[in-house]
Design a protein around this ligand. Structure first.
Ligand code: ADP
Length: 428
């Protein structure tokens, strides 16, 4: 195990994407901490840091400012290589934010070239001749063309990125990638020579991602989806900077009670809630009762108290029809806010009562709970299910405070809650 300074500094444009990336780095042997925004305090005992921003759909100038602040902090921690992480479907508009942020990071680092590769073949995202495929369809026919915030209507990423940046955009094609790391390095040198500052990189298999990682060992900045990060830890192992011992996922043990909170209405979460309810206590939060001003939070806390030391589930999860009915009555945003607020308050009050293990379902819900618990940084542990690691919230001194498993809606097997409690050291 290496001690000393972190090696890889990552900036992610959203929270669950940051967790996905951190999970990947731990799997490849790097001790990894994910921070929520740019932290005030330094972090310790870590090989990679992922700063989670919420910059995917904000104004480009703001995304640039936040990303540069994150970069500065990562540089201050001693990181030597940097990774800008975005979605594997290249979620962005013609204004940004991938191009502008990549440009600003290159400039701040005094670097003149980076790659852009959202590919993650394991999850069905491949890039071939610069075109992004989602499973067997082009990006612009995958449903992403209808995304409410970042509609992707062009699968040619060279064109897409070129619209976002004054820098010249090129391509590292699949044939070059297949030839190996040296061929990639030669291609990068040729592209540089031609005045190209960014190149979309093809990748159609996991092997391609590892090769790309090796081919990019000399780049100060790499940009892409979490997949391309698979190939980066190996570079540090080869130079001796990282001694990946297999204990990167170790987490400190934490005493105390547990709770499961579900604010996701996705299909997977509905299945997980039903599975839990069959053999464990569960309390349903009714958004209409919240809107009426009933003390639903008080009732949920009393329910948890009544069943202690057994672990309870507190959930707003409902079927699509039920959610639609509530949304028609309260408005989508108000319904969402009421539920998020209620679950966040429950989390914070249970925290005050000594609950230390939280399993949370829902991306936005997780954000609200993490904020209510005042969590600023997470040490990333073993994977529970793909994309969802066990984590421990650490304070400014690196001390362990809370154990957390944060799952976005559609992740996890049907017995996820039970599995996650076990993985974070909680109880049933
Ligand atoms: P996911 O990861 O599945 O998208 P999120 O937590 O990100 O889950 O989003 C789910 C949203 O739905 C949240 O804003 C939550 O408050 C809201 N919600 C949850 N349950 C209900 C419900 N029964 N009725 C209306 N809205 C709900």
């Amino acid at each position: 195990m290496t001690s000393g300074k972190p090696l890889l500094g990552c900036i992610a444009d959203d929270f669950t994407g940051a967790t996905d990336l951190a999970n990947m780095l731990v799997r490849e042997g790097m001790r990894t901490i994910q921070t929520i925004g740019v932290p005030a305090a330094p972090v310790q005992d870590v090989d990679a840091i992922v700063v989670a921003l919420k910059s995917r759909t904000i104004a480009p100038q703001e995304a640039v400012e936040q990303s540069l602040a994150a970069l500065k902090w990562l540089q201050d921690q001693g990181c030597t290589q940097f990774f800008f992480k975005y979605c594997s479907t290249f979620d962005s508009t013609d204004q940004g934010n991938i191009g502008p942020v990549a440009d600003a990071l290159l400039q701040a680092l005094g670097a003149d070239f980076t790659i852009a590769c959202p590919a993650f073949p394991e999850n069905g995202r491949t890039v071939y001749h610069g075109h992004l495929f989602v499973n067997d369809t082009l990006l612009n026919e995958s449903g992403m063309e209808n995304h409410p915030l970042t509609p992707m209507r062009d699968a040619n990423l060279v064109r897409v990125l070129q619209r976002q940046t004054p820098s010249k955009v090129g391509l590292i094609d699949a044939n070059t990638v297949k030839k190996g790391a040296d061929a990639i390095k030669a291609k990068i040198a040729a592209l540089r020579e031609a005045g190209i500052r960014m190149a979309i990189a093809d990748a159609i298999s996991n092997d391609d991602l590892y090769t790309l990682g090796a081919g990019c060992s000399d780049l100060t900045l790499i940009t892409g989806g979490s997949g391309v990060a698979l190939g980066l830890p190996g570079n540090f192992v080869r130079t001796g900077a990282l001694n990946a011992t297999g204990s990167a996922a170790d987490l400190p043990g934490i005493e105390g009670r547990s709770v499961v909170l579900a604010g996701s209405a996705s299909k997977a979460t509905n299945g997980q809630v039903a599975h839990w309810k069959a053999s464990h206590p569960a309390f349903r939060i009714d958004p209409l009762a919240l809107a009426k001003g009933d003390d639903v939070v008080g009732q949920a806390l009393a329910f948890a108290q009544e069943h202690a030391p057994k672990t309870v589930l507190i959930y707003a999860t409902a079927t699509p029809d039920e959610v639609r009915a509530v949304q028609a009555e309260l408005g989508t945003q108000r319904a969402g806010e009421l539920v998020e607020q209620a679950l966040a308050t429950v989390a914070s009050k249970l925290g005050d009562q000594g609950v230390t293990h939280f399993v949370v379902a829902g991306g936005e819900t997780s954000g609200a709970v993490v904020q209510a618990l005042d969590v600023r940084a997470l040490r990333i542990g073993p994977q529970i299910d793909p994309g969802v690691p066990a984590t421990v919230a650490i304070d400014g001194n690196g001390g362990a405070q809370l154990a957390l498993a944060l799952k976005s809606g559609n992740f996890g097997t049907v017995d996820f809650f039970e599995k996650a409690l076990k993985a974070v050291g909680g109880s049933l």
